[in-house]
Ligand binder design. Structure first.
Ligand code: PHB
Length: 390
């Protein structure tokens, strides 16, 4: 009897070894996290990795009886690399979820793989409106540029800003920001006299800023991706734009909490709109910021970290709900409609669009105890992505 059991087990283990699937695998839940850990978008990777690890440290690595395994890959923010890494993770590692996606072209490159393999893709950073329409398996926990831009275009004309030039990175999120900000400004009776676009890779802002100086608008509206804000801010100051009476406004990507303290006083008074500030005055956020800084040598979390942290929550809750049964489709269904309090404030995943609905805050850079913060001074509640047509 004992011998038979042993043989039986040995046979089973043998088969498992041969097929590459198996008993051990059944008890593991794999999250393939693809992020830019090096290169121009490295701050995004650093923030999201730290946030995902914090989530796991706080919530454990066993969910619904399964051991959660995070497999991190560096795509250096090159979309061909993102696609290749995601393919390996899906085919060889048999991950249950793909997550991360530091920039829009990365998310777009992986979308067809998510659809074909029925693997949920949790977009934690990329923010072009149309991303969620690229695959029915995409769920987003970051934000969208139309969501962030419209609020600022409602605020600006009421605050003496009637004539604006826009300056955006020339790709998906920048074009969304330009379009939604410009249309809304015009709708509000203000003027947008010029739309300028700078290349995503190694941008030189100088000639564009010179042009803005010559036009002399009330304000310059800026979108650059997380990590690039310091360069804009420094060159803005060097050219004496602020002294010439031109205000800088933008989405919160430009006064990114990861970089803000190093920008110096030129950032003081800059008004932005966004879904997350490390200064958000809630108990949940204070707890998050303290824990994040403690675990990361004083690094302040930015909006990318929050996208990663909440993305992990969405994955954990879906796994709890399904017990890991029913594969990618069941997991995806369990991600839809989740409602919770994030460090950013209340948010939910719209079951229809799979996109995030959240508060958008107006913020002004202020100094407190010698540090720069995006201090929130107004809120527009429960903002859906205005870029969605259905
Ligand atoms: C994007 O590529 O979608 C992206 C990247 C960084 C941001 C916002 C959007 O800060």
């Amino acid at each position: 009897m004992q011998k038979r059991t042993f043989l039986h087990t040995a046979l089973a283990v043998g088969l498992v070894g041969a097929s590459g699937l198996g008993l051990a695998q059944d008890n593991v839940f794999k999250i393939g996290l693809v992020l830019p850990m090096t290169g121009q978008q490295a701050t995004t990777g650093r923030q999201i990795e730290a946030a995902a690890r914090l989530w796991m440290a706080q919530n454990g690595d066993t969910v619904a009886g399964k051991k959660v395994q995070l497999i991190l890959k560096d795509d250096t923010s090159l979309p061909d690399m993102t696609r290749r890494l995601a393919q390996e993770l899906i085919v060889n590692e048999k991950v249950n979820v793909i997550a991360g996606m530091g920039i829009t072209p990365s998310a777009m490159a992986v979308a067809p793989l998510a659809t074909q393999s029925k693997t949920p893709l949790v977009v934690m950073a990329a923010a072009t409106s149309s991303i969620t329409q690229a695959s029915p398996f995409i769920v987003r926990t970051s934000f969208t540029l139309p969501q962030a831009s419209v609020a600022l275009a409602d605020w600006a004309p009421k605050n003496g800003i009637k004539k604006v030039v826009t300056l955006v990175s020339d790709y998906g999120p920048g074009i969304d920001a330009e379009k939604y900000f410009t249309e809304r400004m015009k709708f509000n009776g203000a003027q947008v006299v010029e739309n300028l676009r700078v290349p995503l890779r190694s941008p030189d802002f100088a000639p564009f800023l010179q042009k803005v100086r010559d036009i002399k608008p009330d304000a310059l509206f800026v979108f650059v991706p997380s990590g690039a804000g310091t360069a804009v801010m420094k060159q803005f100051a060097e050219r004496g734009m602020d002294k010439a009476g031109i205000r800088l406004i933008g989405t919160g990507d430009v006064t990114d909490d990861d970089l803000l303290n190093d920008m110096g006083d030129v950032a003081l008074g800059v008004v932005t709109s966004h879904h997350y500030s490390a200064a958000h005055p809630s108990a949940a956020n204070k707890k998050f910021v303290d824990a994040f800084m403690k675990a990361n040598k004083g690094l302040r979390p930015n909006f990318m970290a929050v996208g990663g942290y909440d993305g992990m929550r969405v994955i954990y809750e879906a796994l709890k709900k399904t017990g890991g049964k029913g594969g990618g489709t069941a997991l995806l269904e369990a991600m839809k409609g989740q409602v919770f309090e994030s460090p950013r404030g209340p948010m939910f995943i719209d079951a229809q669009t799979r996109d995030v609905v959240q508060n958008i805050y107006l913020r002004k850079v202020e100094k407190k105890d010698g540090q720069l913060w995006n201090a929130e001074f107004d809120v527009i509640k429960d903002v859906k992505d205005p870029g969605k047509t259905k």
